[in-house]
Design a protein around this ligand. Structure first.
Ligand SMILES: [Fe+2]
Ligand SMILES: [Fe+2]
Length: 254
């Protein structure tokens, strides 16, 4: 069973993207923006898991969800404090440039979580895969962060928790659904693949949209601007006399 693995190694896909992650995290402003976004993701995830603790009928899961939610809130605080420290030494506070969020998302994908109306088995399957993805990505982020030891230490600390979350969710899934837990994992996996596709498609659509609008701006707009200027040059300046035929009635709208 997967739970026998105490630690997670990065997936082949995350390992393949290591140079991209290294580039994304190399810029100080981009790092601040990403840490702030990670902080939001962790805090939102913690809030959803807290809601899961409220609605579950299982006392053991309620306790585990509560501890899990506290961990996620703590991760959010760690990321935010680190972003604040980096901001103090960085001159600018915002960078509108490329952040590669669809290439280096905030670990969990917990933002996709729908708690209300979800059974514990679906919840656990979703959480297990989300935590597994987080552990994989945070391993890579930690490894590419050699140039920033404090941020690296935060990723290492959070990675420890994410590995625990990954393992406990799988063990609990096997407890509440001993016969069919693999099937639930596959359904959750397919759902994540679909959402990952949508995220990627949204990112690509953003790039394509910006490219097409830029081309339109520089290729299609100049002829219209030229025609408008030429038409404006033909217009007589100042007041112009109106012919009597157009000036005979003021008692109707047109
Ligand atoms: Fe977390
Ligand atoms: Fe987690």
């Amino acid at each position: 069973m997967d739970s026998a693995r105490p630690h997670e190694r990065p997936t082949a896909f995350d390992r393949m993207l290591t140079p991209v992650h290294r580039w994304i995290w190399s810029d100080a402003d981009r790092r601040v923006q990403k840490l702030l976004r990670f902080s939001e993701t962790e805090t939102d995830g913690g809030r959803d898991i807290l809601r899961a603790a409220e609605v579950t009928p299982d006392p053991l899961l309620r306790r585990l969800y509560l501890e899990h939610a506290i961990d996620e809130f703590r991760h959010g605080v760690l990321f935010r404090h680190r972003a604040a420290e980096l901001l103090k030494v960085s001159a600018s506070c915002s960078s509108p440039g490329f952040h590669g969020d669809w290439l280096a998302p905030g670990g969990h994908g917990l933002d996709d979580l729908q708690v209300d109306g979800e059974s514990d088995r679906n919840m656990l399957a979703f959480l297990h895969l989300s935590e597994k993805a987080a552990a994989s990505r945070f391993t890579v982020y930690r490894d590419v962060m050699q140039h920033d030891p404090p941020t690296r230490a935060i990723f290492a600390e959070i990675l420890h928790d994410e590995t625990f979350h990954m393992n406990y969710t799988l063990m609990q899934l096997a407890r509440v659904e001993p016969e069919r837990h693999r099937r639930h994992l596959w359904w959750a996996r397919l759902s994540r693949i679909w959402k990952a596709y949508l995220r990627l498609a949204t990112g690509l659509a953003g790039i394509l949209g910006s490219t097409l609008l830029t081309i339109q701006y520089f290729v299609l707009l100049p002829p219209f601007a030229w025609l408008a200027k030429r038409a404006a040059r033909k217009e007589r300046s100042g007041w112009t006399l109106v012919s009597p035929g157009h000036n005979d009635s003021l008692d109707r709208q047109y």
